[in-house]
Design a protein around this ligand. Structure first.
Ligand code: VTB
Ligand code: MG
Ligand code: MG
Length: 322
């Protein structure tokens, strides 16, 4: 994989963020998403990859762009055949309401290396590098907390678990409290929260709970770059979803490991903040057609993590980048 691909990829998430952040707090989540998709899609066509969307905006009939199976990139001879996972806006409702923590994300891996996860829920557990190898999504909460605490050389009472603030996590919250650990809830965006576990001083040690399965694949790709660990189990809500799981060779008990979700080491990941979050600041627009973005880009092969703060002269952007 070209080592400059990550630097190119950040243009893609920047474009999505620059377009969609315009609609912060305007109350329309579809407009937010559409703007991000347009920005992302146009920028992809300037990058020399032979890409297929494996995690995207849905099937062709429901999504005109960045749909699953769509070929994207400016393929030229010798350029890599890759799988692409996108979430142009993780947190569309958050952006539409003017709430925090929404990001634009993309992960790329060689063809066949990213799981084609169905659009349903996934039960997740994620940790950073120091706790890699000690988590087990099937183990009781107490046991995971004890093992992670040991790996981090902390006591359980110093461990902070982060999760989406949802009624479905009532039992999980109870178990964590009983075990004596701390909890930090967030409203939206569990990709950013999973990434936070990969940074030692982020204030969160473990992500737990149920969020979107596509976001699970993207989070696994990010944690692969960071040397952390992610495990997931698909969480179908009805018989139709159960059927979809079985069709793809999984059931509710199948544990999806890092290797099932994001295989190998040739993975690249990029994210740009849309609305302000703890991981990345949101887009700042200022006078005379200027904007500032905050992004991160990572490559599993070398483990380099780059934070990129960019100042954009919007009046000078070429047509494809508008
Ligand atoms: C999840 C999570 C996302 O929305 O999909 C969540 O993975 C939806 O959960 O990061 P609910 O159905 O309970 O709202 C996000 O938080 C944002 O898209
Ligand atoms: Mg989205
Ligand atoms: Mg999402």
């Amino acid at each position: 994989m070209d080592r400059n691909l990550p630097l190119n990829l950040v243009r893609v998430t920047e474009a999505a963020a620059l377009e969609s952040a315009r609609y912060l707090g305007r109350g329309d989540k579809n407009v937010v998403d559409q703007a991000a998709v347009n920005g992302m899609r146009n920028m992809f066509d300037t990058i020399n990859i032979d890409g297929t969307v494996v995690i995207g905006e849905g099937e062709l009939d429901e999504a005109p762009m960045l749909y699953i199976g769509e070929q994207i990139g400016k393929a030229k001879e010798g350029c890599p055949e890759v799988d692409i996972a996108v979430d142009p806006v993780d947190g569309t409702i958050a952006v539409s309401k003017g709430l925090s923590n929404s990001i634009s994300v993309v992960a790329i891996a060689p063809k066949g290396c990213l799981l084609h996860a169905p659009d349903m829920y996934m039960d997740k557990i994620a940790v950073g590098p120091k706790a890699r190898g000690v988590i087990d999504i099937n183990a009781p909460v107490k046991e995971n907390l004890r093992n992670v605490a040991k790996a981090l050389n902390k006591s359980v009472s110093d461990i902070t678990v982060t999760m989406l603030d949802r009624p479905r996590h009532e039992k999980l919250v109870k178990d964590i409290r009983e075990a004596g650990a701390r909890i930090k809830l967030f409203r939206d965006g569990d990709v950013a929260a999973a990434i936070a576990t990969g940074f030692e001083h982020s204030g969160v040690d473990i992500l737990m709970g149920i969020g979107g399965a596509p976001e699970g694949v993207i989070a696994a790709a990010a944690l692969k770059c960071m040397g952390g660990e992610f495990q997931g189990k698909l969480h179908p809500m009805d018989d139709i979803q159960k059927e979809r799981c079985i069709k793809m060779g999984a059931n509710v008990n199948t544990v999806l490991t890092m290797e099932d979700l994001a295989k190998g080491n040739e993975i690249v990941f990029a994210a740009t903040g849309i609305s302000d979050g703890e991981l990345l600041k949101g887009v700042l627009y200022y006078g005379n057609d200027m904007a500032k973005t905050h992004s991160m880009v990572m490559r599993a092969e070398t483990g380099t993590i780059r934070f990129i703060e960019a100042i954009h002269r919007l009046d000078k952007k070429p047509e494809y980048a508008k």
